[in-house]
Design a binder for this molecule. Structure first.
Ligand code: ADP
Length: 394
């Protein structure tokens, strides 16, 4: 079964065509900067690697370009649109309605729309991807895979905020949790690698968005993001945890509008606010040259991760492994080292030379005396979406 996986963001569409159950990747690609004159389209198959700049005004036009590429006589990987039997969509917020992957129905679309108020940066473009794919792939089943689904197992004591009960019961104000597809994928890989029947794992996803999950026996029991994908760790441009009285001070004493506060905390804060860049590669280079703002920002970033490790060790009453994943987690030996230094009380001891090795494979970077395994597990949200879509349809 050929499954097209689509991750439709606000100005981008990532896609992969995956053959299941063999998990063979037939092609992958990305359209960035949708809506701008110089949108970039990249496309990779086993034999070609293309990149071109084009004006792509809308998602519809972007998805049409992807269809053209898939069918292209020279560079395509299918001959007929009917060869795509399912389209798996990443959907960020499924509220409390979805603890599993779902076949897209009018009701499912209505729910995704309803939860757009909780994920205004993500759900509208996820839904747009579904609507356009329904038109472009009329023969395929459309499947929605929710980032929030993995976190439905978080117990109430960790899920509720300490505000009056009716906000939880009637308004659904609670911890939802995000990056669930990635946390599920990497924690399952780790459990299989470690061959553990019972396991206590901390999964650390560090990309542009960053989050951590405490995973007991394969189930999420606590998570660093909450109602929306904004709190917890320091991220590319999001502040993560901040005392909410700062918001009132900004509004009441400094004259900020709520929209400006939202912009400040989600687009101008985090590493961007601390250093002027949200790309960790640039920040590391500057830190190596002695830039004190960048050095401090990296220390703050790792310090926040350490605090969550401490919290989750307490919550789980133990720890078998920590996992680093996503762009930063997989590539930044500097952040991994900062996080794992002076953690011997928890039984975490890094092998510094293993930490520096580069690889695209799951790898163990702890020393031989470390009680806790430290793993780098490359995430693959697209493959996880394909697996879940295939599981639903077979
Ligand atoms: P997204 O959340 O958009 O999927 P990614 O998982 O691709 O994000 O991660 C993006 C982050 O990964 C950026 O901050 C980028 O700087 C960082 N990153 C990518 N490669 C490296 C590298 N080699 N060293 C350090 N950081 C890296």
């Amino acid at each position: 079964m050929n499954i097209l996986v689509i991750n439709s963001g606000s100005s981008s569409i990532k896609f992969q065509l995956i053959q299941m159950p063999s998990e063979a990747l037939l092609c992958s690609g990305l359209i960035e900067r949708i809506g701008e004159k110089d949108a970039i389209l990249s496309y990779i198959t086993n034999t070609v690697k293309l990149q071109k700049t084009d004006y792509i005004s809308k998602h519809k036009q972007g998805l049409n370009k992807i269809v053209d590429l898939l069918l292209d006589a020279e560079n395509g990987v299918i001959k007929n649109i009917k060869e795509i039997e399912a389209v798996g969509h990443r959907v960020v917020h499924g509220g409390n309605s979805f603890s599993n992957t779902a076949l897209v129905t009018p009701e499912v679309k209505r729910k995704i729309q309803e939860f757009a108020v909780l994920a205004p940066l993500h759900n509208p473009s996820n839904l747009e991807g579904i609507l356009v794919a329904e038109e472009d792939f009329p023969f395929a089943k459309q499947i929605a895979v929710f980032d929030t689904a993995f976190h439905q197992t978080i117990p109430e004591k960790a899920r509720k905020y300490a505000i009056p009960n009716n906000f939880y019961e009637e308004q659904g104000i609670q911890v939802y949790g995000f990056h669930g597809t990635s946390h599920k994928y990497v924690s399952e890989k780790a459990i299989a690698y470690l061959q553990l029947e019972k396991s206590k794992i901390i999964s650390i996803h560090l990309g542009n968005g960053c989050s951590m999950t405490a995973v007991v026996n394969g189930k999420s029991v606590d998570h660093s993001m909450g109602f929306a994908p904004s709190n917890g760790l320091i991220m590319g441009s999001r502040s993560g945890d901040i005392d909410h009285s700062v918001i009132f001070y900004l509004v009441d004493s400094l004259g900020y509008s709520l929209e400006e506060v939202n912009n400040l905390l989600t687009k101008e804060s985090g590493m961007q606010g601390l250093t002027g860049s949200n790309d960790l590669r640039d920040i590391e280079k500057e830190a190596e040259k002695g830039n004190s703002e960048c050095i401090l920002a990296l220390e703050m970033n790792a310090y926040r991760i350490k605090k969550f490790i401490g919290t989750y060790v307490a919550v789980m009453n133990g720890l078998d492994a920590i996992i680093f994943t996503a762009g930063i987690g997989e590539n930044s030996s500097m952040i991994r080292k900062l996080v794992c230094t002076d953690m011997d009380f928890f039984g975490i001891d890094l092998d510094e030379s293993k930490n520096e090795e580069k690889s695209q494979e799951l790898r163990e970077i702890n020393s031989s005396i470390s009680k806790v395994k430290v793993l780098v597990v490359p995430t693959n949200e697209e493959l996880e979406i394909a697996k879940q879509a295939f599981g639903l349809l077979t």
